[in-house]
Design a protein around this ligand. Structure first.
Ligand SMILES: Cc1cc2nc3c(=O)[nH]c(=O)nc-3n(C[C@H](O)[C@H](O)[C@H](O)COP(=O)(O)OP(=O)(O)OC[C@H]3O[C@@H](n4cnc5c(N)ncnc54)[C@H](O)[C@@H]3O)c2cc1C
Length: 386
């Protein structure tokens, strides 16, 4: 076991809470420092695939997530006129993945399932990490209130705009993909309770995903300049106009979303880093590998990171060996996902008729077997047990 007695975690989002839960399972207590006044997840729903669902089982949070969601068994891609261009049946992935499927979970449900695995007294809210210094036998953090803390290891789980990341990676830039995304949870029975349906148009796309018998998660994304933020009270009307006539209940889901309940995010990432750890500092989740959500893996990777990090700290002798193993198991895999997600997203920026026709032909001609195999590698191979 790597000798770490006190772990400090910056950020108590999905990655921070999952890490605290995983460390606890291997007998290491961690303290979380979250800048927000309370543990809170905004962001409608999140798709969890069998890799992260298996990791959640390791953390003790899997059952709660399953109980709150429907298993999705197929993914259908279609044109805005409803014509299907591809179908991937998750059951075709074979017996190893039977029952695993994919689930769309409301973010607050996921966050509270994780928070339940972490003792309340170890979570400090309302005070962000402002600076950190790692040297010698300890790492120190300074919080915005001026409070100082000392630990054996600092985990940067502070998301896309991480302050901890620069200690490991140096300064790097956020990349804008050229598309902005709107999303919401809608109180509406899913029109297709076993299917996720994605619609691909000209420079715009959308999806309707079942959550439970009474709710769907939907999202749309389209080409737009960076930072062109639509006022919350204008989003619903704008989207209804823009996605009018789209199939699979998308306009109905948008219309049923409460006013002010539609989120907007520009789709961004950073170029993949070559390392996730330096000295007594390690990164997880979006602080380590922020990605565009085109493969739906950002939160999944954060949960998997937690399992791999805790296992390495338990099994390796000494912190350097543990962090080196964590990097070996995570850097390359997450790098490929970030890169593929970026490349995949570019296809959906295409807006000229010939380009879109070509993309549809490519999708239609790709054998289902090839898509299933890509999916198996990309998302379904889990990181193993704790
Ligand atoms: C439109 C969209 C759709 C997505 N869909 C999916 C999906 O379907 N499936 C999927 O797997 N992923 C999806 N993602 C990605 C997913 O949301 C992220 O990968 C995931 O939230 C990362 O979790 P995290 O804990 O690393 O970071 P965050 O969720 O960003 O959490 C970071 C936490 O740290 C806190 N914090 C920040 N700075 C500090 C500081 N200095 N000190 C203390 N606390 C701090 C924040 O308040 C926050 O609580 C999507 C993302 C977007 C934008």
């Amino acid at each position: 076991m790597a000798l770490v007695r006190r772990v400090l975690i910056a950020g108590a989002g999905i990655g921070g809470l999952a890490t605290a839960a995983a460390l606890r399972k291997v007998g290491i207590e961690a303290e979380l420092f979250e800048q927000a006044p309370e543990l809170r997840e905004v962001g409608a729903g999140v798709g969890l695939w069998s890799n992260a669902l298996a990791s959640l089982d390791e953390l003790g949070a899997g059952e709660e997530v399953r109980a709150a969601t429907l298993p999705v068994r197929s993914m259908v891609a279609a044109r805005p006129d409803g014509l299907a261009t591809a179908t991937v049946r998750l059951d075709d992935l074979g017996p190893d993945f039977a029952g695993a499927a994919c689930r769309f979970v409301p973010r607050p449900t996921l966050l509270s399932a994780l928070a339940r695995q972490v003792p309340g007294e170890g979570v400090h809210t309302g005070d962000g990490v402002e600076a950190a210094e790692s040297g010698g036998a300890f790492v120190h953090i300074r919080l915005k209130s001026g409070w100082m803390q000392e630990g054996d290891l600092l985990v940067g789980a502070d998301g896309l705009h991480s302050v901890v990341r620069s200690m490991v990676v140096g300064r790097d830039r956020i990349r804008y993909s050229g598309q902005t995304c709107f999303r919401g949870l809608s109180p509406m029975p899913p029109p297709n309770p076993k299917e996720m349906r994605e619609i691909h148009g000209r420079g715009q796309r959308g999806a309707v995903c079942p959550v439970d018998a009474r709710q769907v998660y939907w999202w749309v994304a389209h080409n737009a300049p960076l930072n062109e933020i639509v006022p919350p009270e204008e989003r619903r009307a704008m989207l209804l106009e823009r996605y009018r006539g789209w199939p699979f209940g998308l306009p109905e889901a948008i219309a049923a979303t409460p006013e002010g309940g539609i989120l907007q995010n520009d789709l961004v990432d950073r170029k993949p880093a070559r390392r996730f750890a330096r000295g007594r500092v390690v990164l997880v989740g979006d602080a380590a590998h922020p990605t565009t959500p085109n493969l739906g893996q950002g939160a999944n990777m954060a949960i998997d990171d937690a399992v791999v990090l805790a296992r390495a700290l338990r099994d390796e002798d000494g912190l350097p060996a543990a962090l080196a193993r964590y990097e070996r198991e995570r850097v390359e895999r997450t790098r490929l996902i970030v890169k593929r997600s970026w490349a995949f997203g570019r296809l959906f920026r295409w807006s000229s008729r010939p380009a879109v026709k070509l993309r549809e032909t490519l999708v239609r001609r790709t054998p289902a077997r090839v898509m299933t195999e890509a999916l198996r590698w990309q998302i379904l191979e889990g990181v193993g047990t704790l």
